[in-house]
Write a protein that binds this ligand. Sequence first.
Ligand SMILES: Nc1ncnc2c1ncn2[C@@H]1O[C@H](COP(=O)(O)OP(=O)(O)OP(=O)(O)O)[C@@H](O)[C@H]1O
Ligand SMILES: [Mg+2]
Length: 355
Amino acid sequence: MAFSNKKFNFSISRELLLNPNDVSVGEMIGEGSHSIVYKGLNRVPVAVKIMQPSVKSAVSIMDKKKFQNEVLLLSKMRHANIVKFVGACIVPQLAIVTELMEGGTLQRFMWSSQSKPLDLKKALTFALDISRAMEFLHSEGIIHRDLNPANLLLTGDHKHVKLADFGIAREENRDGMTGEAGTCKWMAPEVSSREALRVEEPKHYDHKVDVYSFALVFWELLNGVEPFPDVPNICVPPLVQHGERPSLANTPEEMIPILELCWAQDSDARLEFKDIRQLLTSLLTNLTSDDSIDTLLLSDEEAYDGDIDEDSETPPLSLSQEHCCKVNKPKEKKKKILVKMMRPFVKMFRACYKP
Ligand SMILES: Nc1ncnc2c1ncn2[C@@H]1O[C@H](COP(=O)(O)OP(=O)(O)OP(=O)(O)O)[C@@H](O)[C@H]1O
Ligand SMILES: [Mg+2]
């Protein structure tokens, strides 16, 4: 059913709309580039995201289309690790009502966290939550395109995270996605690439841009600091395009292969979230059962092809060794690690189904 609002016909079904009189708005709890978010009440506590027009004067057709896209996508996403959609209002203002995430953003949590970096179990639990949400999203053919700690929200007990902000999420199309999207520090090299702009061709990328962003979030969870701490946001994309990545000097050794497989320069070499979820689950199981995770490790000779991704000369800005490293080429490593990590599960499976 279409609802008209000043020349734009919303195609939002009636079941998704709330009566604005049933939603009360309280204190402000967050702000994005397109919205202000308030604590609210709709029988239970909720978050009310009120869309702000991009031009101060009026809500444009573009703003309405963006709002509708977010409502339609988020309302379809029913998953334990995705913030729950409650409903939307188109009058008196465009608003999206979701469950209230009392724990705030992962970004704020990391800034204020007493124990820096987080303990490994907590970091893995959060990473697993994120990979579950992303696996689901990709299985539904949706790319988030803005995975970063300000769009990941914590439960009140700080035990779990959920994915939020579908403002620039899109259905993946077969010809690849175009357009710049995301937040500089977490943006995959192929999204920000100027190469394509120079030859006036549209930029093409796919769901693997989310895997890259995940790697940067995971690195942050493991290191307790934002990636590229000394680099202004705007300078990060050229560095990343030249193969620079956050330093692995203080990263637990067993997590390094996952990071390298997720932030590979070649997007095809990056893992799928299904693989990431399985790897994190087995790492977490090993950690909590107190077994050594050494059994899951590979030596460098086993894991690497030995070469470095050098499709570039000198990076435009050089970083200290402390804060960056050159990206390794995964290829064969990816297969070896997966085979080795999955070996115990395959054994177990065979044992169960022995004739
Ligand atoms: N359900 C929620 N519970 C608690 N806080 C929330 C919730 N949803 C959003 N917020 C807060 O509001 C902020 C902005 O929300 P959101 O990222 O959805 O808005 P946006 O305008 O799309 O932002 P962006 O600048 O990323 O485009 C979040 O970073 C968070 O602090
Ligand atoms: Mg946001």
